[in-house]
Design a protein around this ligand. Structure first.
Ligand code: SF4
Length: 222
C-alpha cells in the first residue's frame, strides 16, 4: 500500500477511537480522551515486549525469527490466559506510534522475516500508525496480524492492504463455552465472519521458496 493511502487509512482508524467499535464488543467509548472500554486500551500504543521470537508457527518464525510486538490489553477475558498481567492488568510501556515504528525498523535490521503483532485487535489504529511511520523510512517486512480471532469486520476493513498474513485463533465453536471461559459468548459467530473476511482479503497461505510465509491466512486452533 502506498504511504499516502496508508496515511489516509491511519486518519480514519484514529477517528474510530472516538467511539470505539474496533471489536465486536462495540463499547462506543471515546478512547481519544481516555475513556476505557472493556479492554482498557487507550489512545497510545501500550506494549509489553518487542523481540525476535523463534517459537511462532514455522512458516512465520523461519530460521531468523519473527519480529514480535506483544501489545498490552485484550478484548477477551480467558480464565486460562497465560499472560494475565499483560492482557488484563495492562502491564507494559506506553509509547508513541513513531517510537513503535522505530522498533519495527530495528526488528527489520535484526533480520526478522516479518513483523508480528500479537493481540492487536484493540490497537488497530496504533498498529497502522506504526507501520506508516516505519514505511516512511523504508520498512518493507510483511505484516502479521496475530489475533485471538474476536475481530470486527469494521476493524478488518481498516487493515485491508496493510496486513499481509492473518494468524487468527479459532478458540470456540460453542457459545456456552466461550461465555463461561472467556466472557465472550458471541465469539463463534464473529470468529467465523472475521476469518471469512481475512480469506477474502489475502487468500490461503503462500510462501517464498524457503517456505517462509509471505501472504495469506494461517489458522491457530487453540
Ligand atoms: S477494542 Fe476495546 S474499547 Fe474498543 S470495542 Fe473492543 S473492547 Fe471495547
Amino acid at each position: 500500500m502506498e504511504v499516502a493511502v496508508l496515511r489516509e487509512r491511519h486518519g480514519k482508524a484514529v477517528g474510530a477511537l472516538g467511539r470505539c467499535r474496533l471489536c465486536p464488543r462495540v463499547c462506543g467509548v471515546n478512547r481519544r480522551v481516555g475513556e476505557p472500554g472493556f479492554c482498557g486500551a487507550g489512545l497510545s500504543p501500550r506494549v509489553a515486549a518487542v523481540s525476535v521470537h523463534h517459537g511462532e508457527e514455522p512458516p512465520i518464525s523461519g530460521s531468523r525469527g519473527s519480529g514480535t510486538v506483544f501489545f498490552s490489553h485484550c478484548n477477551m477475558k480467558c480464565i486460562f490466559c497465560q499472560n494475565y498481567p499483560i492482557s488484563q492488568l495492562g502491564v507494559g510501556v506506553e509509547m508513541s506510534t513513531e517510537e513503535l515504528g522505530e522498533r519495527l525498523l530495528r526488528l527489520e535490521r535484526k533480520g526478522a522475516h516479518n513483523v508480528n503483532f500479537v493481540t492487536p485487535t484493540p490497537h488497530v489504529p496504533q498498529l497502522i500508525g506504526a507501520v506508516l511511520s516505519a514505511r516512511e523510512q523504508g520498512f518493507a517486512l510483511p505484516v502479521v496480524y496475530n489475533s485471538n480471532g474476536y475481530d470486527s469486520l469494521e476493524a478488518l476493513a481498516l487493515l485491508e492492504g496493510v496486513v499481509d498474513i492473518y494468524l487468527p485463533d479459532v478458540k470456540y465453536v460453542s457459545p456456552r463455552l466461550a461465555g463461561d471461559a472467556s466472557s465472550t459468548h458471541d465469539y463463534p459467530g464473529h470468529n467465523a465472519a472475521a476469518i471469512s473476511e481475512m480469506f477474502r482479503q489475502v487468500g490461503p497461505l503462500s510462501a517464498w521458496e524457503d517456505a517462509i510465509a509471505n501472504k495469506g491466512v494461517l489458522l491457530q486452533e487453540i
